[in-house]
Design a protein around this ligand. Structure first.
Ligand SMILES: Nc1ncnc2c1ncn2[C@@H]1O[C@H](COP(=O)(O)OP(=O)(O)OP(=O)(O)O)[C@@H](O)[C@H]1O
Ligand SMILES: [Mg+2]
Length: 235
């Protein structure tokens, strides 16, 4: 579905990505795991087009999208939920959600997408009139994910959705990701630092270190390798 090969990018003179390659499988959860500052978010931003690739290639549904502008990628079914919350705190939940349905294709399916988001996150329906800034951290995270779903994506890229949440909420976030996969058939690319949670949710795992992919495999293979765990995960 998404096929990234030898991607290079960075900021100013600083190269961050040193040719990582990664593929997602349709309808599966692929996880990119690694400690702080290794380039995970840069990888997603480069795939999404908000950071310009220096080299390498990005294929989506067998189409070369390496230098395609972000809004076209969104039209093609790609969505990114960035790190942090990025909500409009002075707008209510409903208004935040429909902001997500800005692309032409998605706006036609606005009501249908809204119903889907509310079925996934019933609490957001109850709170649709509440100002987003007054929601709890976990609820705000749901709005961020919900807003990305309003673009009707086929592939959703989530950048550390569990960051800053209490353990119980972390579990809930991962349950929701599982639900998106099982009930909507979404393909998920999940960025995580939380190795345990990520290894139990993912179908396939890549480990990034210093802008490179250092290991990949099924969660069982990663968990079963003391070398990988010790060298890159500290577990
Ligand atoms: N907008 C930017 N301008 C300059 N340097 C940046 C920018 N964004 C990130 N960097 C740098 O690029 C490197 C990789 O950062 P990135 O955010 O991709 O890491 P990460 O793996 O997502 O880390 P974390 O787990 O902490 O989110 C870091 O050294 C960071 O300081
Ligand atoms: Mg990051």
């Amino acid at each position: 579905m998404l096929r990234v090969k030898d991607l290079e990018s960075g900021y100013g003179p600083m190269q961050v990505l040193w040719k990582p390659s990664l593929q997602t499988k349709k309808g599966a959860i692929t996880s990119l795991l690694g400690p702080n500052g290794v380039g995970k978010s840069t990888f997603l931003s480069t795939v999404f087009g908000s950071v310009k690739p220096w080299g390498g290639s990005i294929y989506y549904e067998e189409k070369d999208v390496t230098y395609m502008p972000t809004h076209k990628k969104v039209e093609m079914g790609l969505a990114l939920v960035p790190e942090g919350k990025h909500l409009f705190p002075e707008m209510n939940v409903y208004e935040n959600l429909v902001m997500g349905a800005y692309v032409k294709k998605a706006s036609r399916h606005r009501e249908e997408s809204l119903a889907l988001v509310y079925s996934l996150f019933p609490v957001l329906k109850e709170r649709s009139g509440q100002l987003a800034g007054s929601l709890s951290g976990g609820e705000q995270q749901m709005v961020t994910v919900g807003r990305a779903l309003m673009t009707k994506p086929q592939l959703i890229m989530l950048d550390e959705p569990s960051q800053g949440l209490a353990p119980l909420l972390v579990q809930e976030v991962f349950r929701t990701i599982q639900k998106m996969k099982e009930e909507i058939g979404l393909t998920v690319l999940l960025i995580e630092q939380n190795a345990d949670a990520s290894l139990s949710a993912a179908d396939f795992v890549y480990i990034m270190h210093e802008g490179r992919i250092k290991a990949k495999g099924s969660p069982e293979e990663i968990k079963g390798s003391p070398e990988i765990r010790e060298a890159y995960l500290g577990i």
